[in-house]
Design a protein around this ligand. Structure first.
Ligand code: NAP
Ligand code: ZN
Length: 335
C-alpha cells in the first residue's frame, strides 16, 4: 500500500509531499484512511527536534480521525468501514505490568504514532488495534481529532487525581489542551478557573466553561488566590512561577503538569506544609480514551477547531508557531 504524506527532511524543515510503502497489513495492526488530523504542539516540538528524538524524514500528525480500510487476521473487535480515532500512541506491548493493569500509556515499550513511525499528515496510517478508538455516533468528525491527544491528556488527570464535582480546578494556558480542559471540567461539575497570558481570551474561556479568568500578567492576582484549588492543571510548555502556583493549592492539592516545560524548581516547604504534591502524565490509556469519548458524546463537548486542507499544512504550522490558533488547527485530508 502506498501512503501519500507530508514530511520534513530536517529539523524545522518545510513539510513537502512524501510517499512511502507499507507491506500488506497483518497480525493485530489496523490500516486507517485518514479524514482529519489535528495539529498538536507536540507535532511542532517533534518537527523542530526539541526533544532530540525525531527521525527524518518526519511525518507529523497524531490526532487522527479516519475509517478502517484494512486489518490483520487477529483483529476481531473492529470492522472495516468503522470510524475511529488514534492519538499519540500507536503501539504498546500489552503484556507488561503497566499494560496488564490498564496503564498502557505508561508501557516501557510504547511507540508513538510519530516517534520512529510515520504519522497522520497523510492519507493513511497504520497502528496497533488496541490504540484504535471507535468514535460514537453523533460526534462531529471534523472536530474529533484533537480529543485523541490533547483531549485525553487533560481528561486523564481528572481521573488519575480523583477529581470530584466539588473540586475547584485551575487550568493554566488556554490553547489546544487548555480549552478542552475547560469544557471537560465544567461538564464534570467543577469550579473552573482559566489562567492565561492572553486577556483577549476571557470571553471565549468563559463560554468554554471557565467560571473565572485570571490574567497571568497580573502577578498579584496569583498571590491573592492562596489556598483556593484542589488541582492546578498546567498545559504550558514553559517554566512557570511554580512557587506561587503551589501556594494557590489547598491542603493535599496537586499541581498536575501536562505541558512539556523543560524543568520545575519549587520550594519543598510549599509542598510539605500542606501535603501538596506535584504530578505529571503522558496522554491516557485506551480505556480512558474510550471513556472520554462516551463523556464527550453525552455532554456534547467539541473542541473549537479551524479546518484547513492538508495542502496548507505549512501555513497551519506557522499559525501554531505564532500562538494564533483558536483553539486547534485541524487538517482535512480530502476536499
Ligand atoms: P498550544 O495550542 O500552543 O497552547 C499552549 C498555550 O500555552 C498557549 O495557547 C498559551 O495560552 C500558553 N502559552 C504559550 N506560550 C506561553 C508562555 N511563554 N508563557 C505562558 N503561557 C504560554 O499547545 P498545546 O497543543 O495545547 O500543547 C501544550 C503543551 O502540552 C505542549 O508542551 C505540548 O507538547 C504538550 N502536550 C503534552 C502531552 C502529554 O502527553 N503530556 C500531550 C499533548 C501535548 P494563553 O494564551 O492562554 O496563555
Ligand atoms: Zn499531542
Amino acid at each position: 500500500m502506498i501512503v501519500q504524506a507530508y514530511a520534513a527532511e530536517t529539523p524545522k524543515g518545510e513539510l513537502k509531499p512524501y510517499e512511502y510503502k507499507l507491506d500488506p497489513v497483518k497480525g493485530d495492526d489496523v490500516d486507517i484512511e485518514i479524514l482529519y488530523c489535528g495539529i498538536c504542539h507536540s507535532d511542532m516540538s517533534m518537527l523542530n527536534n526539541d526533544w532530540r528524538s525525531t527521525q527524518y524524514p518526519f511525518v507529523p500528525g497524531h490526532e487522527i480521525v479516519g475509517k478502517i480500510i484494512g486489518k490483520g487476521e487477529l483483529v476481531k473487535h473492529l470492522a472495516i468501514g468503522q470510524i475511529v480515532g488514534v492519538g499519540w500512541s500507536a503501539y504498546s506491548c500489552l503484556t507488561c505490568e503497566e499494560c496488564m493493569s490498564g496503564n498502557h500509556n505508561l508501557c516501557n515499550d510504547a511507540k508513538g504514532t510519530i516517534t520512529g513511525r510515520h504519522g497522520g499528515f497523510a492519507d493513511k496510517v497504520r497502528c496497533q488495534s488496541a490504540w484504535v478508538i471507535p468514535i460514537p455516533e453523533g460526534v462531529n468528525l471534523a472536530a474529533a481529532g484533537p480529543l485523541f491527544c490533547g483531549g485525553v491528556t487533560v481528561f486523564n488527570p481528572i481521573i488519575q487525581n480523583n477529581i470530584t464535582p466539588l473540586a475547584s480546578v485551575g487550568v493554566v494556558g488556554i490553547g489546544g489542551l487548555g480549552h478542552m480542559a475547560l469544557s471537560f471540567l465544567k461538564a464534570w461539575g467543577c469550579e473552573v478557573t482559566a489562567f492565561s497570558t492572553s486577556p483577549e481570551k476571557e470571553a471565549e474561556a468563559k463560554a468554554l466553561g471557565a467560571h473565572h479568568f485570571v490574567s497571568t500578567h497580573d502577578k498579584d492576582a496569583l498571590k491573592q488566590l492562596k489556598g483556593r484549588f484542589d488541582m492546578i492543571l498546567d498545559t504550558v510548555n514553559v517554566e512557570l512561577d511554580w512557587n506561587n502556583y503551589l501556594r494557590t493549592l489547598k491542603s493535599k492539592g496537586v499541581l498536575h503538569i501536562v505541558g512539556v516545560a523543560p524543568s520545575i524548581t519549587a520550594r519543598v516547604g510549599h509542598l510539605m506544609s500542606k501535603q501538596r504534591s506535584i504530578s505529571a502524565s503522558p496522554t491516557g490509556s485506551p480505556h480512558v480514551m474510550a471513556e472520554m469519548m462516551k463523556f464527550v458524546a453525552r455532554h456534547d463537548i467539541q473542541p473549537m477547531v479551524e479546518v484547513r486542507p492538508l495542502a496548507e499544512v505549512n501555513e497551519a504550522m506557522e499559525k501554531l508557531h505564532n500562538g494564533k490558533p483558536r483553539y486547534r488547527l485541524v487538517l482535512k485530508m480530502k476536499e
